[in-house]
Write a protein that binds this ligand. Sequence first.
Ligand code: SAM
Length: 224
Amino acid sequence: MINKRLELVATYVKGRRLADIGSDHAYLPLYLVKNKRIDFAIAGEIVEGPYKISQKNVAQEGFSKIIECRKAAGLDAISLDDNIEVITICGMGGKLIAEILENGKEKLKNKPSLILQPNVGENFVRIKLQELGYKIDAEDIIEEDGHIYEIIVASFGKMNLTEDEINFGKFLTKEKPELYIKKQNLELEKINYILAQLKKSKNTQLEKIKVQKEKYKKIEALIQ
Ligand code: SAM
């Protein structure tokens, strides 16, 4: 059984040909195939250990003809002939997800939709999507094991994000789901802590204090 984070990611998979990059044990493609939601998947994984386990899991479930486990870095796992319709990249930092997209942008020529779930650094993902000519269609948020995760769903097309949308979300800032408010309140607590440390410091760090106070005000206004 997959966790509820990947289960939520799965609800956004619309195409029938998937590439799951950083697939680890191939849980997401296995779940989608078992539920007859996709006809073909590539489970791309860079590290030998999880790649071997993904192969074993797929074989054990009898899906080796539908799910191809490929050991590769990022989008090197796919070729344009695979006709991939949806790419999922989940459970990594936003900076790494952005790097994977940048390094593999040639593999986006067929305009697959993208479902991205950065653990942190969502801003890097939004900036890269805009640079690559993708637009965000939906955002979601989920809490699991004490961590709050954002999910970003994008398709080929233009967008022009504001700085706030880059940093805090295109839809999340408007829809303001309960978990999003919780996440931002946790952020405010972190800023308060940083401010307390800065104020205790021997060298008065006025510039840093100013930056943190501005960030605080911005978030406070967003969740009003
Ligand atoms: N996607 C799964 C999930 O969301 O539960 C697994 C997340 S796991 C924390 C991240 C996986 O990505 C690891 O198995 C790691 O080896 C793999 N990974 C990291 N960088 C990668 C890259 N450049 N290309 C392919 N896989 C990568």
